[in-house]
Design a protein around this ligand. Structure first.
Ligand code: PLP
Length: 375
């Protein structure tokens, strides 16, 4: 039998206008480093998220988190609270700065940072002699974290929030777009994200000074002088004008991409939710998820693996939920405040193919295999 075509977890999906904007960069020789596409892309993101937000387009979401933490004053020897249930890029920049991540477990309603454990962690770190410098909270898989509750804890102790919206462009909380809640927010346009520039990211802030400082640091921290002069250590983190052209094209189809990802989720939900051993994560009241990845929970590690391997055999890519940071070899010695939630999600959960370019027959194939392999 001929091998079935590959179904990817989340593959890039161009809209059609990207090459036009990239061609503009070529035609005007604005190939590098900066130019009109970067400004237009930044403006398009700001218009989309919140007109009061200032946006700096950067080379990656990881770089954006690095700059965000530095701008919040994180330095060597500090502690930074971080959601454990996330991709490693949420935590790695803490280590770049010589600081220590302190991991906090998730709660069951959103799978994101637990406000209760967050408060407990802060109280305990202060009692041990060090007040954490920042909180990295993540809207994982596009599901907004409990913004009001997390913000309340942060305000109580006057600790700034880095809002990791890498997976949540297009998601909203109480009708306000993700990327506008943190003291500093970050976005990612990596190849597997809801829209992509092949690689890229952005930093967002309602404080224009923060954007200006981010751009300064991202372009080698050049002082004003005719020669190259530097008073602080800089980075090469700015987005190129060519890639920003892809981003401009992608912004035109962002709402379509959100709708398509949500339709994937709805398809899986409609066809699998009747099976008692399969669970979905509903949107809490007031939350709207872009459903970047559609995830299911199975009863056990074995049942999750049975499905994953059956899909793999049929040339379909799926993936366990993120392995929590506090059990990653690189971070296992860091302090953590856990109640078992994220480890349980990791054990039982699976991300299903979720690209905005999937056809109904792809989704049918996935559902059919899951139905015949659920333990
Ligand atoms: C993708 C991702 C990042 C990092 O973004 P890059 O652009 O790939 O550097 C950070 N946090 C989360 C939660 C992500 O999913």
């Amino acid at each position: 039998m001929a091998e079935q075509s590959k179904i990817w977890l989340s593959s890039p999906h161009m809209g059609g206008d990207e090459q036009k904007f990239v061609k503009e960069a070529f035609d005007t020789n604005w190939i590098a480093p900066l130019g009109p596409n970067v400004t237009s892309f930044e403006n398009a993101i700001a218009t989309y998220i919140d007109n009061n937000v200032h946006v700096a387009a950067l080379s990656s979401g990881t770089g954006a988190i690095h700059l965000a933490l530095e701008l919040l004053g994180v330095s060597s020897g500090d502690e930074v609270l971080c959601q454990s249930f996330t991709f490693s890029a949420s935590a790695n920049p803490i280590a770049y700065l010589g600081a220590t991540p302190v991991f906090v477990d998730s709660e069951k309603d959103t799978w994101n940072i637990s406000p209760i454990l967050l408060r407990k962690a802060i109280v305990d770190r202060i009692a041990k002699g060090k007040k954490p410098k920042a909180i990295v909270a993540v809207h994982l898989y596009g599901m907004p974290y409990k913004v009001t509750e997390v913000q309340k804890v942060a305000t109580e102790f006057n600790i700034p929030i880095v809002e990791d919206s890498a997976e949540a462009l297009g998601s909203t909380y109480n009708a306000i777009k993700c990327g506008s809640f943190g003291d500093i927010g970050i976005l990612s346009f990596n190849g597997n994200k809801i829209i992509t520039t092949s690689g890229g990211g952005a930093l967002t802030s309602k404080n224009e000074e923060v954007k200006k400082k981010a751009v300064f640091l991202a372009t080698q921290a050049r002082d004003e002088a005719p020669h190259y002069q530097h008073s602080v250590v800089g980075y090469n983190y700015r987005m190129s004008n060519v890639l920003a052209g892809i981003g401009r094209g992608q912004m035109l189809v962002l709402d379509d991409r959100v709708a398509a990802r949500r339709a994937n989720y709805q398809y899986y939900y409609d066809n699998l939710n009747a099976i008692p051993s399969i669970e979905f994560l509903d949107e809490p009241k007031g939350s709207f998820s872009n459903r970047w990845l559609s995830c299911i929970l199975t009863p056990s590690f074995n049942s999750r693996e049975a499905i994953r391997l059956a899909l793999e055999k049929e040339n379909i890519e799926s993936r366990p939920l993120w392995k929590p940071m506090h059990v990653q070899p690189v971070f296992e010695n860091c302090p953590n405040y856990m109640d078992g939630t994220s480890e349980n999600l990791f054990e039982r959960g699976l991300c299903l193919p979720s690209g905005s370019n999937l056809e109904e027959e792809d989704l049918e194939r996935v559902v059919h295999i899951i139905k015949s392999h659920i333990l």
